[in-house]
Every structure is written in C-alpha cells, then in structure tokens.
Design a protein around this ligand. Structure first.
Ligand code: 3EB
Length: 470
C-alpha cells in the first residue's frame, strides 16, 4: 500500500448534478435509461414514464485502498405519484449517481423498504429489466417509509475496476478485491409463512448457511446479520415470535465458533457473535440477510464491540428472554489504518431495561447516546483498539426504524440535530419490545489516529493478528 493511496479521504459526500441523466450527460427526459449491461431499457409502453428526473437521494462515497464504494439512500422526489413512477425515479436516480462516478460501478446489494407487499412485483419487474444478469442481492422489507413515499432504497455500489463482483443467484453475491472476499447472502420470503416462528427462523438460518456454503463460506465467516420479522411482538403459542427467533438462533449459533477465526482480535473476554438487527415488519414473513468476510491479509482484524451502557444482549436476564438474543453491539473491521464499524440495531435500553417508555424524543436521544458511546474512542480503547473510534457525524449511513407513524417528525428532529447531514432512511416498523418506540443502526468509517498509532503499535497490532492464526 503506497502513501498516496493512504492519504485519500475515505468518506465524503457529493450532491449529484441533475443533468447527468443520459448518455451525453445532457438532461433528456424522454430517453429510456440504459441498462447495467449497456442495452437500453425495453418496455417503454408498459412503463409509460414521466420525465426522467433525479429523485431525493443522499449518498456517501467511500474510497479506501484504491477501492471506491458508495452507500446510496434513494427515494422519489414526489410523494403522491403512482408507485411505479416512484420506482422509476428511484432507478433513474441510482443510475445518475453511478454515472457521475469517475469509475464504472455496479450495485451489489439493495434493501427496498416498501409500503405494501402488493407492490413488490412492480419493483421486481423494473429491477429485472434494469439490472438483467447483474441483479444485486435484494431484500424486500415490508416497512413503509415514514415520509409517505411508497418505497425507499438503500444500496451499496462498488467500482468494477478494482473489484470482481459475482452475481451468483438472487440470494448470493460475492465481491473480491485486494485479497478480501465479501459474501452477501439472503434468505426468507416476503410472503407470509404458515409454520411456527421457531421453524420459520430455523429454516431461514439453515438457508443462509447453505447459501454461504455455495460460495465456499460458512456462518463462521459472518460479521453482520439482519432479521426482518413480521409480527415480531405477536404471540406464537405461549411465546412472542421474537423470542422464538431467539430460541432458534441460540440453537443454531451453539455450534458456530465465530471467535475461532484468525481475523478476530485476540483476548476477547466475552462471547463473540455477529453484529445484528432484529426488527419487525408488516405481515408474518421472515426475511434475513448476512454479510460474511474471508481474507488471508495480515493487516486486517475484527473487533466485536460491546456497549458500556448496555448489558450484552447474550447476557440479558432470563426474565426478559428465555433464550437470549445473540449479537454483538457492533462489529469493527480494521483494514490497514481504515476502520469500518457496523453498528447493530440499537434501542433505548440501558443495562437491560427499556428507558423512557412512551417518550419518542427521549428514546431517540438515548438511542443515539448509546451509539455515540459504543463507537467512541474510549470504548474502542477499553476493548483493545487504540486510536479507533468515530463520532455520530461520521456515520456513513443510518437507518431509523420508528414504531408509530405519528412519532416520525419528533424522532427526525432529534436525529437531524445529532447526526447532521448523514444519509438516513426512516421506516415504520415494530420493535421487538412493546415499550420500544425506535431502533437505529448504521455504519461508521474512520481512520486510526496516526498520533496514537505509532509505527511500533501498528506493528504489534499486525503481529497479534498473525499470532492468533497459529
Ligand atoms: C436490543 O438492543 C434491541 O435480535 O438481532 C437490536 C439488534 C435488537 C439486534 C437481534 C435485536 C437484535 O435488544 C433489539
């Protein structure tokens, strides 16, 4: 790694130009978009489209190690337009952002927050037409965007100059660059299942595992999971559906040595699980996804982070959950001097108890304080990494799950005050405890503080990484 690469900022934001919508870089609303494959989109009559405008979007550019990535948060400009016009706007906007980049890029994963499952086929049809055989791993999440729009999309893109992307099938995408391999897997259906919550969860976990195996990976390699569970607080027999998910996950994780990987920071004094989000959706389906990581690089290390303000989820008292949730509060990854921190779904919980029931402003504020303390430099330092850490404003993107639609404005006010211009999607969703009104997750990017990371310390960090492989 040379020093000019190292001095690049790893995280910055751009506002795309409205003009960058067609081949020549001239605004031309009557043209159909060009597909990812270079062909022009078919079916103009079927999707009789409005002028191709740029919708609402925020995106973050992540450039590190010569690899350019984007986090895109996109929705339509118009609130009341027909659903498929909104999808169209979203697609055009994603394309405009990609075309504005100095390198060719593809979208690897997409999470579609959607108001009504009846609209899923409309998105699917447009995605099929646009992406063709480069279909990102797409999760449809039945959570209406809080702003009244029909859909909002979070997508991640990567440069194809340095990275090799394989679209294996609709539940598996792999990305390789610089000796690092990411495996993105999805499982579960948007349609409601009819089995028990335990069976549904066990099946989805087993599916994720076999999908990972198809890519030569396994659950051992997983760093982040998401569970979107319909009817999360509803009863299934004498337990809540979420508690049944926890029971299935506990059984499934019992034999998975997440901590045995060479990549893990040494001397971790507690259980190691992936970072995670567990959140409700409309209906009774279960959709899950995970991200796995494989590498032989010596300058990389993983650190599962716990929160100084919160009891580890896996140590919650039995009175709260017979089989505890199994996740880390965050998972941090160090690549050279760059640190990426996946922050788990975080709620207004102090120790193991919900605080401020029925007060959305205080719950939002407490949740953000929990995240702030979790990713703070002091917390990293006390858990083994010196010079790491980020502030709330360094989050590259955030998702806010709001339980009651009427709380949205108040919640957003607090988030905007504390997060600044971070790209955010607000979606309406039940949280796993009846008294929780909001849950927030995000990803932070930062660089190790050079002042704190002397050459010697850097060397010892690398050595401890290689030592733990023995
Ligand atoms: C909590 O802190 C809130 O079940 O995977 C947050 C993140 C929550 C992940 C999960 C649940 C999960 O307990 C809920």
């Amino acid at each position: 790694m040379n020093s000019s690469k190292r001095s690049l900022p790893i995280c910055y934001r751009l506002i795309p130009d409205r003009q960058l919508l067609d081949e020549k870089g001239e605004a031309n609303g009557s043209e159909l978009p060009v597909l990812a494959t270079g062909r022009r989109m078919a079916g103009r009559a079927m999707y009789d489209v409005p002028p191709c405008l740029l919708g609402l979007q925020h995106h973050t550019v992540l450039a590190h190690d010569g690899i350019r990535r984007l986090a895109l948060m996109v929705t339509s400009e118009e609130v009341g337009s027909e659903f498929r016009d909104q999808v169209w706007e979203v697609m055009s906007t994603m394309r405009a952002i990609l075309r504005q980049q100095p390198e060719p890029m593809v979208i690897t994963t997409a999470t579609v927050f959607i108001n009504d499952s009846a609209n899923v086929p409309i998105v699917q049809a447009l995605f099929d037409a646009y992406f063709g055989d480069q279909m990102p791993l797409t999760r449809f999440v039945k959570q209406p965007p809080c702003d009244g729009r029909g859909l909002a999309v979070e997508a991640w893109a990567i440069s194809t100059l340095g990275a090799k992307v394989e679209f294996v099938d609709k539940s598996l995408v792999t990305v390789e660059y610089e000796g690092i391999r990411w495996i993105y897997a999805g499982a579960g259906a948007v349609e409601d299942g009819d089995g028990s919550a335990y069976d549904q969860s066990a099946e989805v976990l087993a599916d994720l595992n076999s999908t990972l195996e198809k890519a030569g990976a396994s659950f051992h390699d997983v760093v982040r999971t998401w569970f979107y569970q319909g009817g999360i607080t509803e009863m299934d027999g004498d337990q809540e559906r979420y508690q049944e998910l926890n029971r299935a996950r506990t059984d499934f994780f019992a034999h998975i040595p997440f901590h045995s990987r060479r990549l893990m920071a040494p001397n971790i004094a507690h259980s190691v699980y992936p970072a995670s989000t567990g959140i409700g959706t409309l209906g009774k389906s279960l959709v899950a996804g995970c991200m796995a990581l494989q590498t032989d690089r010596e300058d990389m290390q993983l650190l599962p982070l716990e929160n100084p303000l919160q009891t580890p989820s896996f140590d919650y008292p039995e009175s709260y959950s017979p089989k505890t949730p199994k996740f880390s509060r965050a998972m941090a990854l160090r690549i050279g001097d760059a640190v990426t921190t996946w922050v788990s779904g975080t709620a207004s919980i102090v120790n193991a108890e919900t605080v401020f029931p029925d007060d959305i402003e205080k719950q939002t504020d407490q949740t953000l304080t929990n995240i702030e303390q979790l990713i703070a430099r002091e917390n990293f330092e006390s858990q083994g990494w010196k010079g790491a850490g980020a502030t709330l404003r360094e989050l590259a993107k955030v998702r806010v799950y709001v339980k009651r639609p009427e709380d949205y404005e108040k919640c957003r006010e607090v988030c905007e005050r504390r997060l600044g211009s971070t790209p955010v999607i607000y979606a309406q969703a039940d949280v796993c405890r009846a008294d929780l009104l909001v849950e927030i997750e995000g990803v932070a990017f930062s660089t190790l503080q050079k002042a704190l990371l002397t050459k010697e310390k850097e060397k010892s960090l690398c050595e401890s990484a290689s030592l733990s492989s023995v």
